[in-house]
Design a protein around this ligand. Structure first.
Ligand SMILES: *Cc1c(COP(=O)(O)O)cnc(C)c1O
Length: 489
C-alpha cells in the first residue's frame, strides 16, 4: 500500500487525459458574454491529469481502505448495517426512475407515484399506521417532523404544553429533535431490568406533557414489555406516543407499533430496509401516524383517483407544510420498495426472527468474557460492558481498535450512556453462523491478549491505512480537503 500514491492528485502528469474528444464544431463563446465577471475563473481549476485506468484504480483502492458492509461484519449497534442487496441499486438506476425530473407533470411520472403509493401501503401494513409522509431524509428528521406534528395537534386543541418525556438511554437525536421543535425534555430513569422506570414515569406526568418519545425495542436491545401501560399513561394526559422506529428490524411481522399504542413512528429505510447508509449519504425516514394526526402531515401526499391514476394531494387541512425539497430522497424509496417486494410478507417476518436469533446467539457466546448488565429479553442487539477488561488495563476503545486489525468493524462504543464501557453489538440477520463464530473467536482472542501482553493492544490498529486518530479533533475540525501541505510525511 505504502508504495502506491495515496491520492489521485499525486498521480497527475501534465498533459495526460482519460478521454479524447473530437474537435468541437460548436462556435466558441467568450465566457464574458454569458457569465458575470465575478463567476469567471482567473486561474484554471487545479484538476488531476490522469488516464481512465488510473482513476478506476484510485477509487477501487480507496473503496477498500475503509471498512464497509461488503467487506465483512459491521456490528455497529443501533445502526443495522445489514447487507444491501444489489438488485435494489439496479432498480433505482432504471432510467424511468433515475432520469425523472421532479417538476415533470403527474401524467409523465405515474410509475414513480405508483411506487410511492405502494411503498406507503407496505409501510402501513408493517406498522399499522394510517398514513405516511415519505419526505423526511433521515430518522432524525422524522423525529423532528413527529414532534412538530405533536405541537400542531396540541395547538389545535388549544392546549399549551412544555415537555416531551424521553428515557435516559435515548439516542442523542431524540433530545435534539425535542429542543429543535421548541419543547423541553423530561428525562425518565431506566429501572434495574433496563426498561422505563414506571414509578418515575408516573411522577413526571402532568398536563404540561406533550408526549413521549420511546425506542422500541429500546437502545439496550430490550423489548419494553410494559409498553401498553406506558402508552396508557401518556394517553391519560392526552399526550402523543412517538416510537423511535430505528429498531424496527426486530419487530416486523411479529408486532405492529399501532398495537402497542404508538401514535407516530419513523422508519429508517436505510437501516431496516437495506438502503445504503453511512458517510453522510442520502437516507430516508418516513413517518407514519394514526388517524387523528393525518390532517397535520407534510404536503403533498400521494393518492389514487377512482380511475386508478395517481396524483399529488395538497388539500391537507392543517398541514405543517413541506419538510424536504420536492418529495424526499426518491432513490432510497425505490430501494426500500424493491427490498420489501423481493422478501414478501413471510420473508420480512423471517428476517426479524433471524435478526433476533443472531443477536441472542452472539450474546450467549460472549457472556463468559464480558459483563452484561441488562441481558434479559434481548431482541436484535445487546450491550456488553468492558468493565472486566478495563480493570485489567484495557479500555473498550482499545478493544474496538483491536477488532479493526482482525478485519471487523467495531461495535458502537460508549453508548447507551447507562452502561459503563459499553459495547453495543448488532449482528443483523444477514450474517451467517460462520461469520458470527469467527467474530466470537476473535473477541476471545483479544480478551486473552489483555492478560498476555497488556501493551500490545495500545498499538492497535496496526493494519489499517491510518493508525489511531485523534477522534475528538477529527470531529471538531473535520478536514476532508486534499492539500499538498496536509499529506502525511
Ligand atoms: C439511527 C438512529 C436514529 C437516527 O436516525 P438517522 O437516520 O441516523 O437520522 C435515532 N434513534 C435511534 C435509536 C437510532 O439508532
Amino acid at each position: 500500500m505504502a508504495d502506491q500514491p495515496l491520492l489521485v492528485f499525486d498521480r497527475s502528469v501534465p498533459g495526460r487525459i482519460g478521454l479524447k474528444l473530437p474537435e468541437s464544431d460548436v462556435p466558441t463563446t467568450d465566457p464574458a458574454d454569458v457569465l458575470p465577471a465575478h463567476l469567471i475563473r482567473k486561474i484554471p481549476a487545479e484538476l488531476p491529469e490522469v488516464s481512465e485506468p488510473e482513476v478506476v484504480r484510485h477509487y477501487i483502492n480507496l473503496s477498500v481502505k475503509n471498512h464497509h458492509v461488503d467487506r465483512n461484519l459491521y456490528p455497529l449497534g443501533s445502526c443495522t448495517m445489514k447487507y444491501n442487496p444489489k438488485v435494489n441499486d439496479t432498480m433505482a438506476a432504471l432510467p424511468g426512475f433515475s432520469q425523472l425530473h421532479p417538476l415533470q407533470s403527474e401524467s409523465a411520472c405515474q410509475g414513480a407515484l405508483a411506487l410511492m403509493y405502494e411503498l406507503e401501503e407496505e409501510l402501513k401494513k408493517i406498522t399499522g399506521m394510517s398514513r405516511f409522509t415519505l419526505q423526511p431524509a433521515a430518522g432524525s428528521q422524522g423525529e423532528l417532523v413527529g414532534v412538530l406534528l405533536m405541537r400542531a395537534y396540541h395547538d389545535r386543541q388549544g392546549s399549551q404544553r412544555r415537555f416531551i418525556i424521553i428515557p435516559d438511554s435515548a439516542h442523542g437525536t431524540n433530545p435534539a429533535s425535542v429542543v429543535m421543535a421548541g419543547y423541553e425534555t423530561l428525562k425518565v430513569a431506566t429501572d434495574p431490568r433496563g426498561r422505563v422506570d414506571l414509578d418515575d414515569l408516573r411522577s413526571k406526568l402532568s398536563d404540561e406533557v406533550a408526549g413521549m418519545m420511546l425506542t422500541q425495542p429500546n437502545t439496550l436491545g430490550l423489548f419494553e414489555d410494559e409498553i401498553l401501560m406506558i402508552t396508557d399513561l401518556i394517553h391519560g394526559v392526552d399526550g402523543i406516543m412517538y416510537m423511535d422506529g430505528a429498531n424496527l428490524n426486530a419487530l416486523m411481522g411479529l408486532i405492529r407499533p399501532v398495537d402497542m399504542g404508538f401514535d407516530i413512528t419513523h422508519i429508517n429505510l436505510h437501516k431496516t430496509f437495506s438502503t445504503p447508509h453511512g458517510g453522510g449519504g442520502p437516507g430516508a425516514g418516513p413517518i407514519g401516524v394514526v388517524d387523528r394526526l393525518i390532517d397535520y402531515l407534510p404536503l403533498p401526499l400521494v393518492d389514487r383517483k377512482s380511475d386508478g391514476t395517481y396524483y399529488w394531494r395538497y388539500d391537507i387541512a392543517d398541514s405543517i407544510g413541506r419538510v424536504h425539497a420536492f418529495y424526499g430522497n426518491f432513490g432510497m424509496l425505490v430501494r426500500a420498495y424493491t427490498y420489501i417486494k423481493s422478501l414478501g410478507e413471510e420473508g420480512i417476518r423471517s428476517l426479524s426472527r433471524r435478526a433476533v436469533i443472531n443477536a441472542n446467539y452472539l450474546k450467549s457466546q460472549l457472556v463468559d468474557i464480558f459483563e452484561l448488565p441488562y441481558g434479559d429479553g434481548t431482541m436484535h442487539e445487546f450491550v456488553l460492558s468492558g468493565e472486566h477488561q478495563k480493570k485489567r488495563g484495557v479500555k473498550t476503545l482499545d478493544i474496538a481498535k483491536t477488532l479493526l486489525d482482525y478485519g471487523f468493524h467495531a461495535p458502537t462504543i460508549y453508548f447507551p450512556l447507562v452502561v459503563s464501557e459499553a459495547l453495543m453489538i448488532e449482528p443483523t440477520e444477514s450474517e451467517t453462523k460462520a461469520t458470527l463464530d469467527h467474530f466470537i473467536q476473535v473477541l476471545h482472542e483479544i480478551n486473552a491478549l489483555v492478560d498476555q501482553n497488556p501493551d500490545a493492544r495500545l498499538l492497535a490498529p496496526r493494519k489499517t491505512p491510518v493508525r489511531r486518530l485523534d477522534e475528538t479533533k477529527a470531529n471538531r475540525q473535520l478536514n476532508v480537503r486534499w492539500r499538498e501541505e496536509n499529506l502525511p510525511h
